[in-house]
Design a binder for this molecule. Structure first.
Ligand SMILES: [Zn+2]
Length: 417
């Protein structure tokens, strides 16, 4: 079916209040009725109560589809049968405005929570979707064949498929809370977001009455091994990893870092934990290349490998800083929100060596038991540079951190064979 391309018309600026009909949002309110729905529709301007629109970075593709005439801008999602496969919450953390500032805890259940508003014609879209999947990884099959994992038909099948519940989460930022996390004023945050996106969202600076922003960035996906309700029970052993996206390693197996081996090791730990009667969780954030993006990341790889003396661990952070201006742009301040959405109060085994992640989780009030490092034999030879540099910089490791001479002598492969 073809849809007519939009006819030329006057441009509707969003920087001024559109009239009556927008429902108020009271962030952190105890019930959805008091909190109010997040309305980011682009069709009924007067209903909008947020800055930006849905789908994160994909909002731009949506605009392209409208521009190409492939998508009607009036299209309203038919949400029949899209409800979550598993119930998450509500948990007390949902109504603590300090705990969750970067996602909408009610985002998975808008059809039920805001049924009256939907019936009244408000275009309210889920920002979270929960489904089930079988995930099949060669590393898990290998662990099964070597006897490190066993099939139980509940968590892991004979064929090596892990049965999971997974949730996709789009960012929904409550700006006063986000500013608070980063220790700046809300006014400064709004201004810098406006200026550094080339003036993309004028309401950031003109509409201080709108406190919620749907940023055009990637969100996160959580994979749950075992019963999702157990995540909120501090007496059930929780094995968890919070992983930041690294497409080159996670998907394509690049050996310059430990991302995929660490991820698959965490999945193995999660499966074992769930089979012991616990529950496992992998939270996967779209923060490619320390949130610097792949172009910057690949530039850094070249700078590392071409520098005088070759790619050594003692220059690892310096090279990133030369190209990007910072060593890391991931800022873990918002990361724990998803754990609070899941009701997590205690992580028994945190599969991570990152101090930034540990500090952010512990600082948000979640108790952490043991930290689980990546086994030495899983670290690719070329990734030794990164691993030693991180350990020397204070990342958790069970043994002693490498000293200065070891860092100088930890050398990666050259660009040319
Ligand atoms: Zn990586």
């Amino acid at each position: 079916m073809s849809v007519e391309a939009p006819a030329p018309r006057h441009i509707r600026l969003t920087s001024h209040a559109g009239g009556y009909g927008a429902l108020p949002i009271q962030w952190g309110a105890a019930t959805p009725a008091e909190r109010g729905p997040v309305v980011g529709t682009t069709t009924q301007r007067s209903h909008r109560n947020v800055i930006g629109t849905h789908s994160g970075s994909y909002s731009v593709y949506r605009a392209l589809a409208v521009a190409a005439g492939a998508l009607s801008r009036q299209h309203k999602a038919d949400l029949t049968n899209t409800a979550p496969t598993d119930e998450i919450g509500p948990y007390p953390q949902w109504s603590d405005p300090g705990r969750i500032v970067s996602l909408d805890p009610w985002g998975a259940v808008v059809s039920q929570a805001f049924a009256a508003e939907l019936a009244a014609g408000y275009d309210i879209r889920p920002t979270i979707a929960v489904t089930k999947a079988h995930v099949v990884l060669p590393e898990v099959i290998d662990a099964l064949q070597k006897g490190r994992l066993r099939a139980d038909g509940r968590i892991l099948t004979e064929g090596g498929a892990a049965m999971v519940t997974k949730a996709a989460i789009e960012p929904v930022w409550w700006l006063p809370g986000v500013a608070d996390r980063f220790g700046c004023t809300e006014a400064d945050l709004r201004r810098v977001l406006f200026e550094e996106t080339g003036g993309m969202y004028p309401e950031l600076v003109t509409r201080s009455d709108l406190e919620v922003f749907l940023p055009p960035i990637g969100g996160q996906t959580v994979y749950i091994f075992g019963n999702p309700r157990d995540l909120a029970n501090p007496d059930v052993e929780l094995t968890a990893r919070v992983h930041d996206e690294c497409n080159g390693s996670d998907v394509f197996g690049s050996d310059i870092c430990t991302c995929r081996p660490y991820l698959t090791h965490a999945i193995e730990e999660c499966i074992q934990g769930a089979q012991r009667g616990g529950v496992g969780l992998v939270s996967y954030s779209r923060k490619e290349g320390r949130a610097l993006g792949e172009v910057t990341k690949f530039l850094v790889y070249n700078a590392r490998k071409r520098q005088a003396g070759g790619d050594t661990a003692d220059q690892y952070f310096a090279r990133t800083e030369c190209v990007a201006g910072v060593q890391d742009m991931r800022f873990q301040e918002l990361m724990p929100d998803v754990l609070h959405w899941l009701g997590v109060r205690r992580i028994h085994r945190l599969v991570s060596m990152s101090n930034m992640k540990y500090d952010a989780i512990a600082g948000s009030g979640i108790e952490i038991g043991r930290r689980v490092n990546i086994p030495d034999e899983l670290i690719p030879a070329d990734a030794r540079v990164e691993m030693n540099a991180k350990m020397a910089a204070g990342y958790f490791s069970p043994g002693p951190a490498p000293d200065a001479s070891e860092l100088k002598n930890t050398r990666g492969r050259r660009l040319e064979p």
